[in-house]
Ligand binder design. Sequence first.
Ligand code: GLN
Length: 454
Amino acid sequence: EGFNANVAAASALNAFIVTTPEKALEAADKVDADRAAGKTLGSMAGVPIGMKDLFATDGVQTTAASHILEGFVPQYESTVSSNLWAAGAGMLGKLNLDQFAMGSSNETSYFGNVISPWKRSGGSNAQMSPGGSSGGSSTAVSARLAPAATGTDTGGSIRQPAAFTGITGIKPTYGRCSRWGVVAFASSLDQAGPMAHDVRDCAIMLGAMAGFDPKDSTSLDLPVPDWEGELNSDLKGKRVGIPREYRMDGTDPEILKSWDDGIAWLKDAGAEVVDVRLPNTKYALPAYYIIAPAEASSNLARYDGVRYGLRDLPEGSGLQDMYAATRAEGFGDEVKRRVLIGTYVLSAGYYDAYYTQAQKIRALVAKDFEDAFQKCDVILAPTTPTASFGLGEKSDDPLAMYLNDVFAVPASLAGLPAMSVPCGVNGEGLPLGLQIIGRAFDEQGVLNAGLAIE
Ligand code: GLN
């Protein structure tokens, strides 16, 4: 009954693309059986979770929220989801997202936008964006339709939706979670991670998701630390860096106030606060919006009407016509925009002017962080420049939408672990998030600072 009530609530918010209650129940039955047999239970035993519909799930439709993959049923399971099932979790269903994870508001989904469970205070009826691209995940967790969900983060898609909905989400170091079986957007940036209610849940779930995978050539061959066991909110002896360049024009004053609150909380937890410089921050967003579309244009070439999902074969047409018709029909506008930008910046005449320059900036951004981490252990910054916005408010303005990611993309370009933790609400009653960025492989430092804030 409880589940059915949740399904009704879920359909009102459009968080799920498909529901799979039988899978969650199977996992619960298995816990009972294992317990009866005296077996040791996994770290996620019986926990029903939502899977972002970017992870391939054996026998369950996987769409990346795109028409071009509608009806595609993989015959294999992503490594991350296999790891979660092995730890005892069960799947409640596949969660809505921005199409191919391209977006910051969940408005680019072929299956319709997701509605945040949050509203502006004062009786406003405006439907709010749950953020994106992991908007189904943020909504499912925030609305308590699922205790936790998977997300993926290429340039903020775990952190920004977590901030918009008052939940916690961590993008680990690039390579921690296998990309095998995750629909590729920008392979040098894509990273899976957990979205949940608090830091401890994220630590447990990340422990279950992560691990070396020979099927992903960029997977980190490192043991998975006991993040949950090592949680510690005492920050004595730790230095927290405050990057001056993140005090950008246009940032909501309430966000700046929450940043000051965060600084005070970390001091209370024993940390020393230091000023750090990340001088190339302002170039990170334009570089990201060259690199990510470039990689996307290459990755999405596989959707040709032959191998997966949709095929549009106009009467009497040839192969090229089929490609064109399938893609015209199957890809949404934002996906087409990215493919066009990507092919443009990779074209022979413009490669050096755009792609090479963007790669140089990427190296400089990574170097900025390396320098800053000589002086501090973690960096504290806002997750987003504003709180959530109303659905439709930014959907006609791609640049305003891209600006949402301004604080999120630098850590993505550098492959660093970064988390968003809730830090209260603004004057309109909408949640705000603070971001903690750590050294490569130091998820623990990030989680511990997050614990001191929550
Ligand atoms: N909003 C960013 C984009 O549209 C990030 C998306 C993501 O991290 N998947 O590219």
